[in-house]
Design a protein around this ligand. Structure first.
Ligand SMILES: [Zn+2]
Ligand SMILES: [Zn+2]
Length: 356
């Protein structure tokens, strides 16, 4: 039956009830029989309204299904809330930067060398606000000497600001403290990054990295996995001292695994810190917990993250830019197409320079 019919019926029943009450009040002669009738009537009203509640529950249940159905529709389409699946691009052919001008992806301009003016000038001038520049591994702003005026770290960070300006992005990725010295130097590291990048209007995306054994032991990670949350809260309270949105965090699923986090615990972290994220790194980890990381595709049988399917399904719903980073175990493009389709990621278009 239609809900409106029930509401009408309820209104009607209530009006009978209140009329009876009115009558008794007016006449002021509340005898037993009329009172009984009132009680009987109001029982019916209660019985009726129970039915209405039961029916409206049904309706609520129905609308839940409708919501579920429309989610399904959204998931099937190209909703903005679905995460994007993208990759690292090799910079051996720098044309990739202009070919994929409006596409989100990550590059590592150099891994073990400093970025030079000559290297920067090889990049085409573009405008790609979703290009993420992964810092090389040798620039450590949380190091002891980084704070000095003419430190190599400061000079290196300035070069990355120049590359960002040339390619039309603001997004630069730097690893969070990963050893005990860097952890102790957290405050001054933030000052170095702020001086050289935040003041140049860059957005710094701090990626959680696997910790050295020394830091694992110092923070007693194995006894208390919650220290990862305390660590992240400490990082966030640091960057909350700077202009809003100048810092973000990046989770790498391989690194979280290295810190002892299985898929289920990772999902909780993703939800807890979603507001601080634009990007994430979607990788499997071949190595054991509490060691280091060695990347594999998240769906690889070599990866140790057990419930990677659950993790993928959850991350795909979070409106993130997910970068599957370069791996030793090559997967074909078609396998990534299947993966994106299965978990409903928005997959970026194919390009020969992408490392998937
Ligand atoms: Zn990284
Ligand atoms: Zn990563």
């Amino acid at each position: 039956m239609d809900i409106n019919d029930f509401i009408d019926k309820l209104d009607y029943s209530l009006s009978i009830n209140s009329n009876n009450n009115d009558e008794s009040n007016e006449s002021n002669t509340t005898n037993e029989s009329s009172l009984e009738e009132i009680i009987k009537d109001s029982d019916e009203v209660i019985k009726d309204s129970d039915e209405i509640i039961k029916d409206s529950d049904e309706i609520i249940k129905d609308s839940d299904e409708i919501i579920k159905d429309s989610d399904e529709v959204i998931e099937g389409g190209n909703s903005k809330s679905r995460s994007i699946l993208t990759f690292n691009a090799s910079v051996s052919n720098k044309k990739v930067i202009s070919d994929l001008e409006s596409v989100p992806f990550q590059i590592m301009a150099t891994t073990r060398n400093y970025l030079t003016k000559a290297m920067i000038s090889n990049y085409p001038e573009t405008h790609n606000p979703n290009l993420l520049l992964h810092m090389n591994y040798i620039t450590r702003p949380f190091n002891d000497n980084a704070i000095e005026t003419n430190s190599r770290e400061r000079a290196s960070l300035r070069q990355y600001a120049l590359l960002a300006q040339r390619t039309g992005t603001h997004d630069i990725l730097i690893h969070m403290p990963a050893n005990l010295t860097e952890y102790i130097n957290m405050a001054q590291g933030f000052r170095v990054i702020s001086d050289e990048l935040i003041k140049q209007n860059m957005v710094v995306h701090l990626e959680i990295a696997p910790w050295t054994q020394e830091l694992i032991n110092h923070l007693k990670l194995q006894e208390n996995p919650q220290v990862v949350v305390e660590f992240l809260d400490k990082v966030i309270s640091r960057f909350n001292k700077f202009p809003k949105d100048s810092f973000k965090i990046v989770f790498d699923t391989a690194h979280l695994y290295a810190l002892g986090y299985e898929a289920e615990e990772q999902i909780k972290l993703f939800h807890k810190y979603r507001q601080y994220m634009k990007y994430c790194h979607l990788n499997g980890n071949v190595n054991a917990k509490y060691t280091s990381d060695s990347h594999a595709p998240i769906m690889s049988s070599k990866s140790k993250i057990k419930n990677w399917e659950l993790l993928s399904a959850e991350i795909a719903k979070m409106d993130l830019i997910c970068i599957a980073e370069i791996t030793k175990f090559g997967k074909q493009w078609g396998e990534w197409e299947d993966y994106a389709k299965k978990f409903k990621f928005q997959l970026i278009p194919y390009h020969e320079q992408l490392c998937f």
